[in-house]
Each structure stands twice: as C-alpha cells, then as structure tokens.
Write a protein that binds this ligand. Structure first.
Ligand SMILES: [Zn+2]
Length: 333
C-alpha cells in the first residue's frame, strides 16, 4: 500500500483564529521531527489565501510581518526537508483583513462556489502563483478548503489552466451541507483512486484529473463521547496544540454524539487511534492507496506519539509517499 500523510497547514477560521505559533509553527515542527526520526516525507496543503494576506498586510502591521517571516521560514524548512507543499484554498480569505492585533475573519463566502466564474479563475490562478513563488516547486496537487469543491464543473477550467493533475478532497460517503459548508460524496466510487473530468465523484477512464480520495471511516457515537471526554479529563495529552476555534458546523456535534459519523481517516487528536483499522479496511478492499488527513492545528501530544508508532509499525511493510513522488514517476499524467 502507498500511504500519504497529508496536513492542511492553516489557522482556525472561527473567533479567535488562534496564534501562528500554536496553530502552525510549533505542531508543524513536531511533525518535522517525527518525519526526520522515521525517514518519511509528508504532504502539506498550504492555505494560500493566508499567504496572500500575510503579503498584503506585512508592511502595515509589525504583528503580520512577524507572522509572515515565521511562516516563510518554516515553508523553506519544509521544502529543504523534502516535504511536498501543495495548494489548499480557503477563498474566504478574499474577504478577510487584519486590524494590527488579529485577523478579522469573514466566512460568508466560504467556498469557491460562492464566487463568480471569473473570480474562481482569478483566485485559483493567483493563489497557485503565490504558492509557487513561496515554494519554488511545481504545483500539481490540490485539496479544497472544508472539502468544498462541488460543483466541480465550475472549477475544472482553473484546474486545467494552472496544471493541477491530482485532487485529494473527496472522502467516500461523506456529506455535510449545513452552515457555510457544502459537500456530498455519497455517490463517490469506493476506490482508492480514479480519473475524473467534470464531476469529482464520477470515475471516467480517460479523465483529465486524478482523485486520490482521503480514506474514510465510520466513527461510532461512543468514539466521539470518548474523544470529547478525554479532551476534558486529560487536556495535556488530548487538547489540540492549536489555540483557536473552528468556524461553526451547525448540528455536527449532535450528529457525532447520537449517530456517529462517516468522516476522513485522520491523524488529528483521538482520530489517530483508528488508523490501523482504516489500513486493515483498505487492505480488505484491495486498495493500493491510503490518504490520511491531518492538521497541525489539531495535533495533540497523544496524536503525535501514536502517529510515530503507526509510521514505525508500517514503514517497512508499506511505502509512505508524497504526491510529488507520483508526479516524478508520471503516475498522475
Ligand atoms: Zn483547510
């Protein structure tokens, strides 16, 4: 099996957004240490709207200049370590600003579909260019902010224009359409990769793009009771290192605690305990790929320890790869 450890590199989008040190720098450095000890490389999906606003406000506010320099230096470290930095877009950054002390988040236009066709193309090409400038590396892979990339036929043109070959947004069976979110992957193929054209969830043998879906797992209600209880009982181990709050997800917590939920396979917090089960499920289905989602901001000390054990246990039986590895071997052409 080819395993991909993928981290969405970003602040929180609620009030407050949290600090760059706690949400990004400190946990990402802990991930770099794990990668150095175990010899694996990771994919970081860089929230590029944030980079755009760092550039926009850095000369106006010393706080932003400080943040900008920390992030810039860390992205250089990631590239030097051999990690893969690819494109992640939260387009609501278009509507955000800074007041000298904190980011002022506005998330009404949370997904690309909330923008006009011209704006979608403008945002995507501009962000791809910004990220390319920060990393000095080709951009070929994409993950949508908040899993919102539908309807894809509105976004396909920009994908082609900037040369995106691979998307890793879908998790089969997932659906959430409340608040500012919209994604519906209930019709996605149960495969570990497929080609597609204008519909993310429709495999097409000569499709222009590859979907490498995030693996999914049905977490029980009991799992979520444990997760929420542990955060309260053992905060040192089980509270996220990130110090901000997420944007509202109306009804999500209730659904988790009453019915359980099909979500992404994740290295975040207590979710990490299910990675071995996800790997077993994927093997049983005959899958050749497994994409794991994580967020530096949602790392806990418990999750980091368990992640390292998971890597050590599996690194000789399986391959830990990045999407750039696939690009180099022409597997996503
Ligand atoms: Zn994100």
């Amino acid at each position: 099996m080819k395993l991909f450890l993928t981290y969405d590199y970003e602040l929180f989008f609620g009030e407050p957004t949290g600090t760059v040190e706690k949400c990004i720098i400190e946990p990402t450095n802990l991930l770099r240490e794990i990668a150095n000890r175990t010899g694996v490389k990771m994919v970081f999906f860089i929230d590029t709207g944030y980079l755009k606003q760092l550039e926009r406000f850095k000369d106006e506010f010393p706080q932003v200049k400080y943040e900008h320099d920390l992030v810039k230096s860390q992205i250089n470290d990631l590239i030097r370590d051999g990690h893969d930095c690819q494109l992640h877009i939260h387009p609501h950054w278009e509507d955000c600003s800074h007041n000298g002390n904190a980011w002022i988040m506005k998330t009404d236009r949370y997904k690309l579909d909330d923008f006009s066709d011209d704006m979608i193309e403008k945002i995507m090409t501009e962000y791809a260019e910004i990220l390319g400038k920060w990393t000095g590396k080709p951009i070929h892979s994409y993950r949508a902010g908040g899993w919102c990339l539908q309807p894809f036929n509105r976004i396909q043109k920009a994908f082609k224009k900037i040369g995106i070959r691979l998307d890793s947004t879908v998790f089969p069976g997932g659906k959430f359409t409340a608040g500012n979110y919209y994604y519906d992957f209930t019709n996605a193929p149960h495969l570990s990769k497929w080609r597609f054209n204008d519909d993310l969830c429709q495999a097409s043998s000569n499709g222009m793009f590859w979907e490498y879906p995030i693996s999914n797992y049905k977490y029980s209600a009991l799992f979520f009771w444990r997760l929420f209880a542990l955060g309260r009982l053992q905060p040192k181990l089980h509270k996220s290192i990130g110090d901000g709050y997420p944007m509202a997800s109306p009804g999500l917590r209730k659904q988790m605690l009453t019915k359980g939920m099909n979500l992404s396979a994740a290295a975040d917090g207590y979710f990490v305990t299910k990675l071995n089960a996800v790997l077993r499920n994927n093997k049983k289905r005959g899958y050749e790929e497994m994409v794991i989602l994580g967020h530096p901001k949602a790392c806990t000390h418990f999750a980091l320890k368990k992640l390292e054990q998971f890597i050590e246990k599996n690194k000789n039986k399986h391959q830990f790869l990045t999407f750039s590895d696939l690009n180099h071997t022409n597997e996503i052409n």
